[in-house]
Design a protein around this ligand. Structure first.
Ligand code: GLA
Ligand code: ZN
Length: 671
């Protein structure tokens, strides 16, 4: 249960991407020395090394990689060994032009960039698989290697003819007959009926993009195609090195690929955290919790973050002093077992030459960034194995679904921007700001471990979900869903017999119409017991309570007096419907009351913007207290006491945290 990712490296990893093929050997020696100075214990190598390892189809040059791995090992540094398949060499595009990806119009792109391969290209699969095999055969036994990192950040989609042909096979397998496909995609609309499989094309920008069933299926198909590239390499490697875990790096809330599908095939989740400087700590926490959720709570790896600035945002602010440390511990607080960066050394050319790095072009160590990284490295090394493998424990689950994300945003009406991701995050934040732990869960998750399950804007209700919700509520759980839920099934066909479709029974309501509001328009949530009024907006469902009780009604417009918040008693539990998008204050109150009903308390009653999480391991509780304020705060430990692992001192009563300060408290058992 509390296993480290690698038994060879049972501690919090500290390090990052290292691309030494860009530098002469003298620089490598300097790098090894400085890595030791910075407390770097793990580096990711080989991510974009394809041409350096295979300068032409039948020529391989592994000697430098041999020396690199030996050099790292000699200096006590472990290696996450990547396969180089995210950027393929020019010789490959020249020899096998169908390896190249096509753009949104289906037009073959020129060579260049990265992730510019067609995921269904047989030559890409063959050549990337071959490279994976050679790496595994050569380095599978190397003592420095602790993890395989397949490719890098699978991304985007291809709409080429190869993909089109594969897509048709995929559809035949899914639907069996063209009649069934035509029915599920509702193609009699606008005379879109297909009379031969060959007529079906990917949703190219200059072609059919308005058949929503096709769009969501193409998204699923592309996820499976990209994933097949991953499993192709993974299976080859696993057969040779069954004991080394295998991963790839994910990218946060990345809409084009369903990461829940990826997670099933990954031994450990790894992700690259690049928030914009405007992201709030709660929004970053949501991203970490989403990645922890992908493998049902298993700790994950923070594979990349910038030590200072990114270079691809519109404005690339520096991380202010202390923020790197704070955000690194925030990742650990939410389940990360590593703190890693992109990149060790800033390249002299290429489009990332202005991206932050531990060693910048000056090559010096008397810099703020090197100092901050080294101090953090020393702390993390001191923490050793005290945290790794530790789990979090949440009784609130927030449901997120990639298919739903595609379907709800793709649908035309009742507003352009449905804000699905923001909506899920908004509900998450209502718990986060009170330091009540939340798991991000998915339609196939086991609901039984939760007291409260929230499914914001569950527009697409896939087969089985409503039954799971009914079982969960019947057993005493509290379920909450919102406006614009229960509209379509998994092929995007609208439910008949009233919204919210299969969720109607557990919710005891029927939605008749939905109003859409401009951003400067609001309605009112008027609590029926007179306990308050709150604003709401964006969308407003006009619904009828059937078995549900009405907790609040709309205050304005022709639907004033109609229900806006309902609660249905179903078995031993309750199902709530929020018919409009409420102001944050409503959600705080609403969820506080629900949490209290289930006996779920904040981990600590901390001042604003002080984040608290807990990880559990071997009967120990490790509390993370993170001050996101630029000011000193005092935190009342509320009777808890323990050992501050960072300062190696006992602590109880009150804790003072400097601006952006962090405390990691191992609670003593009697507290
Ligand atoms: C991603 C990639 C890296 C690098 C960084 C830059 O995470 O994996 O190779 O491009 O972005 O922020
Ligand atoms: Zn393709």
């Amino acid at each position: 249960m509390n296993q480290p990712v690698s038994l060879k490296a049972p501690f919090l990893w500290h390090g990052g991407d290292y691309n030494p093929e860009q530098w002469p050997r003298a620089t490598w020696d300097e790098d090894f020395r400085l890595m030791q100075q910075a407390g770097v214990s793990v580096v990711t190598i080989g991510v974009f090394s394809w041409v350096s390892l295979q300068p032409s189809e039948h020529e391989f040059t592994f000697e430098w990689m041999d020396d690199l791995l030996d050099g790292l090992h000699k200096h006590g540094i472990h290696a996450v060994l990547a396969t180089p398949s995210a950027a393929h060499p020019a010789w490959m595009s020249a020899a096998y032009p169908e390896v190249l990806r096509s753009d949104e119009n289906g037009i073959r792109k020129g060579h260049g960039h990265r992730t510019n391969y067609c995921p269904n290209s047989p030559d890409y699969r063959r050549l990337s698989g071959n490279m994976a095999r050679k790496l595994a055969e050569r380095y599978g036994e190397h003592p420095a290697v602790i993890l395989w990192h397949i490719s890098n950040e699978y991304a985007e989609r291809c709409l080429c003819d190869t993909c089109a042909a594969q897509f048709r096979l995929w559809l035949q397998n899914k639907y069996g007959t063209l009649d069934e496909l035509n029915y599920r995609w509702w193609t009699k609309f606008w005379s879109h009926t297909y009379t031969d499989w060959s007529q079906i094309m990917p949703p190219r920008a200059n072609g059919e993009v308005l058949t929503h069933g096709l769009n969501v299926d193409y998204f699923r198909f592309i996820t499976e195609s990209q994933l097949a590239c991953y499993t192709n390499e993974r299976d080859i490697i696993r057969a040779i090195t069954p004991d080394i875990p295998i991963t790839t790096n994910l990218m946060g809330a990345y809409k084009p690929l369903d990461y829940r599908r990826f997670a099933r095939e990954m031994d450990v989740i790894a992700w690259d955290c690049y928030p914009s400087p405007k992201h709030t700590p709660g929004e970053i926490a949501f991203m970490h919790d989403t990645h922890r959720g992908l493998k049902d709570g298993q700790p994950f790896l923070l594979m990349e973050q910038t030590p200072s600035s990114q270079n691809w945002q519109p404005v690339n602010a520096l991380k202010k002093p202390g923020i790197l440390r704070l955000w690194s511990y925030q990742a650990v607080a939410h389940g990360a077992d590593s703190v890693m960066y992109f990149q060790w050394r800033r390249g002299r050319g290429g489009c990332e030459k202005l991206h932050g790095a531990i060693i910048e072009h000056a090559g010096r160590t008397d810099t703020r960034v090197f100092r901050e990284v080294s101090q953090l490295g020393a702390e993390l090394n001191q923490l050793g194995d005290s945290i790794i493998g530790a789990r979090l424990d949440a009784r609130v689950g927030i449901l997120f679904d990639w298919d739903n994300w595609h379907a709800v945003e793709d649908a035309i009406g009742p507003v352009h921007n449905k804000r699905y991701y923001e909506t899920v995050c908004k509900h998450y934040l209502a718990f986060h700001r009170q330091n009540i732990p939340v798991d991000v869960i998915f339609p196939d998750s086991d609901l039984s471990r939760y007291a409260i399950v929230i499914a914001p804007m569950m527009y697409m209700v896939k087969a089985g979900l409503a039954e799971n919700v009914e079982k969960f509520v019947n057993a005493g759980g509290t379920f909450v869903t919102t406006y614009h839920s229960g509209r379509v099934d998994e092929t995007d066909l609208a439910f008949e017999n009233g919204y919210p479709g299969p969720l109607s029974k557990v919710l005891g309501i029927w939605v008749e119409e939905t109003d859409a509001l401009f951003d400067d328009q609001t309605n009112t949530i008027h609590m029926s017991d007179g306990s308050g009024d709150y604003t709401c907006g964006h969308l407003a469902d006009l619904l009828h309570a059937e078995s549900a009780e009405v907790l609040a009604t709309y205050g304005e417009d022709f639907y004033a007096g109609m229900p806006v918040v309902t609660r249905n008693t179903y078995g031993n539990g309750h199902a709530y419907y929020l018919a409009s998008n409420p102001e944050a204050a409503f959600l705080t109150r609403f969820y506080t009351e629900l949490a209290q009903k289930h006996g779920l308390n904040p981990l600590l009653n901390a001042p604003e913007n002080v984040e608290v999480t807990a990880r559990y391991k071997d009967g120990r509780t490790i509390l993370f207290i993170l001050n996101h304020n630029a000011a000193t705060v005092t935190v009342d430990l509320g009777g808890k006491s323990g050992h501050n692992l960072l300062l190696d001192e006992a602590i109880s009563g009150q804790l003072t945290l400097e601006p952006y300060g962090v405390a990691i408290l191992e609670e003593t058992s009697d507290s």
